[in-house]
Structure formats: C-alpha cells, structure tokens
Design a protein around this ligand. Structure first.
Ligand code: NAI
Length: 354
C-alpha cells in the first residue's frame, strides 16, 4: 500500500534511549558466562524454549558472535548480548532480569578436584553476584560455577552484604548429579533412564554427593554386589567426562541439558504447582539435624534436597534423610564433613574481605 512507502519519522535520540531502556527492562533471563562450553548450549536451549521471552547473554569474550548466531533462530526469544564495557555491560545485561544462570569460570582438567577451581571461580562468582545484588536484586540466581558447595555460600554472603539475600531465590544447580544417577541406575538394572527418579542429596562434589538408592521412584532394588560401584559412579561420574575430554574441560553438553531442565522447572513453576527439583539451597540445620551436630560438631547451612518450586522460588524442601538406610547414613557422615569445610571456605572468602 502507499502507506508502506512512506518512511517512518526518524526517532529522536531521546526516543531511541527510551526504547533501549524499555528493551533492557523487559529482559527476563540472563546467562553469565554465555560464551563457554556450558554457556553456549545452555543459551541455545533457553533461546528455543517457548517459556523464554527474552534472553540476555554476558561473558568477558565472544558474546556478540554467540548472540548474533542465536538471534537468527526463529523462536520467540529476543536475544541480546553484552561484553563487560568497564562494568556497563554487566549492568545492561542484568537490569530487569528475573532469572540469572551463572556458568562463568574455569572448568576442571584431569587430576583436578572441583575445590581446585576455588581460587579463580570464587572471585568471578563474587563479582557477578555483586552485579545481581545491584541491578536485579529480586532475580532467581542459579549457580553452576564450581565448586558449587562453596560458590553458593559466596553468593549468599554477597547478597547478605547488600541486604538482598532471600534464601528462596538462590539455587546451586545439582541437576546433573540427578540426571547422571537415573542414567547410571538404568545401566545397572535396565529400562529407560527417564523412568527412574533418584533423590541425590548433600553437595556437588565427590563424597558430598549422596544418592539415596533406597528411595528410587518407582521402587527399584539395586543388587547389593552392585551398590558400591553404582554409588561411586554417581559421585565421581564427572571424572569420566574430564578424563575423556583429556584436558579440554569437563561436562558441558550434559550440564547444559541439566541446567536448562532446572531453569525450565523454575519458569514453569511461575504458573504451575507441584514442580519438585533437587537443588542446593540455604537450609540451616535442617537436613541432618542432631545427627549432623553429632558427626561434625555443628550445623550444615547449605544442602541439596528435593525442593518444591513456586512463583517465589523455593517453596518447600523435603528432607529424605530420616528415611535413609544405615548404608546411606554412613555416606552422609562423610558428606557432612566435606560439605562443612567447603561451606566455611566459601563464607569466609567474603566475610574475611569485609
Ligand atoms: P568454559 O571455560 O568453557 O566457559 C566458561 C566461560 O566463563 C568462558 O566463556 C569465560 O570467558 C567465562 N568467564 C570467565 N570469567 C568471567 C567473568 N568474570 N564474567 C563472565 N564470564 C566469565 O567452562 P565450562 O565448561 O562452561 O564450565 C563453566 C563452569 O561450570 C566451571 O566452573 C565448571 O566447573 C562448572 N561446571 C558445573 C557443573 C555442575 O554440575 N554444577 C557441571 C560441569 C561444570
């Protein structure tokens, strides 16, 4: 029509700024570390999810390329990408976000434990969560960066220091342990991995990962001669990937899947009830109660348990510890010891700087 040939009036600088601000203020989901091995496939899954309207990508490198690439996908998500730009990039990436997923930081190489990553990743998580506290203090924060056992307490301390800590909104992503557990259970007893739900509780590294194989749903018996090896594989499954990648990092694709699964559960929980996912949350003194106190002489403040999710985040934590078998209770004692050390290390990283 003739109207189509009429050039629209050129927007004034003020109007461009207003539109830009409006765009920033409606971005609900951010990925920090979006150019990495996890960040890229995770961003892809979020970009194609019908639940994501807008996706904000942030990294210290390569986000313009990753963002341009994803923005050509004909899904509804609007993708924007940011580099640091002396701090302004993080502010623009985070302002208005509802969900912030953080896979930023270095991954393991063969021979390294997750704790070996602390030196570098602790500072990265501190700085990024400081951005969350300043620019989107009400967002759900999903920490993937390792060591999760310590980086989540770091995030909590940063949020507390800014008076915006709300335990229902901070999550350590342990979904990969749960994904692995059902896969490895199916390897032992047969069937399709998706049919098994295995509560995996505690933390996210080695012996702090405690699969409760007596509570598999639907009820499944693991032959007793296979139990030790299966538990060990769930606890140290990440090492299989680190070894196979031979110096090129740790799990990225399975982690992107697991991280997306958790983010999607939170998005769904905004409108649906009854969504339960295991995650590492602030639960002072709850899971082990007196048993933990007896074992390690103190409380555990963070613990992974199945958590019911809702519009405000974590709604209700279930505590499967009382129903654990004696075999699992012995695993839990080792978990408490390691976890307590990891939590104190994370907390003190911030409190000692104050
Ligand atoms: P990667 O090295 O491929 O990617 C990390 C990305 O973070 C890079 O693009 C890097 O530029 C970026 N980055 C570094 N400093 C940053 C900063 N200050 N701000 C924003 N971005 C920054 O590593 P990968 O394989 O993606 O792993 C990321 C993290 O996830 C590691 O700490 C790894 O141990 C952890 N991980 C966690 C799992 C879990 O189950 N929670 C499973 C597997 C890995």
């Amino acid at each position: 029509s003739p109207a189509c040939r009429v050039a629209p009036p050129r927007p004034s600088v003020e109007r461009e700024k207003a539109v830009e601000e409006l765009t920033i203020h409606t971005i609900p989901t951010a990925v920090l570390g979006a150019s990495g091995g996890i960040g890229q496939p995770l961003s892809l899954l979020l970009a194609i999810s019908p639940l994501v309207d807008e996706l904000s990508l942030y990294d210290v490198v390569n986000t313009p390329g990753v963002g341009a690439d994803l923005s050509h996908i004909n899904s509804k998500a609007k993708v924007t990408a940011f580099l640091p730009e002396d701090g302004a990039g993080l502010e623009r990436a985070l302002t208005g976000c509802d969900i912030v997923v953080i896979p930023a930081g270095i991954p393991r190489k063969p021979g390294m434990t997750r704790d070996d990553l602390f030196k570098i990743n602790a500072g990265i998580v501190r700085d990024l969560v400081t951005g969350v506290a300043k620019f989107c203090p009400k967002a759900f924060v999903l920490i993937i960066s390792n060591p999760v056992n310590s980086t989540v307490p770091i995030a909590a301390e940063v949020l507390k220091a800014h008076n915006v800590f709300e335990p229902t909104r901070l999550f350590g992503v342990t979904s990969l342990d749960v994904v692995r557990a059902s896969t490895f259970v199916a390897d032992v007893v047969g069937g399709c991995p998706t049919q098994y739900t295995v509560p995996v509780i505690g933390g996210h590294s080695g012996e702090t990962i405690v699969p409760l194989l007596s509570q598999i749903s639907p009820k499944t018996d693991i032959p007793s001669d296979k139990l030790d090896a299966l538990v060990n594989r769930i606890q140290f499954g990440g090492d299989e990937v680190v070894k196979a990648k031979d110096g090129l990092g740790s799990a990225t694709l399975s982690m992107a899947y697991a991280g997306f699964k958790f983010a999607e559960a939170l998005l769904k929980a905004k409108t649906q009830t009854g969504i339960v996912e295991p995650t590492y949350v602030y639960l002072p003194g709850v899971p082990g109660g007196e048993e933990v106190k007896k074992a390690i002489g103190g409380d555990i403040d963070f613990f992974a348990v199945p958590v019911e999710l809702g519009p405000s985040g974590a709604v209700k934590a279930t505590n499967p510890v009382p129903n654990a078998t004696d075999y699992e209770k012995a695993l839990l004692v080792k978990c408490y010891e390691g976890l307590k050390t990891n939590i104190v290390k994370g907390t003190e990283f911030i409190t000692n700087q104050a």
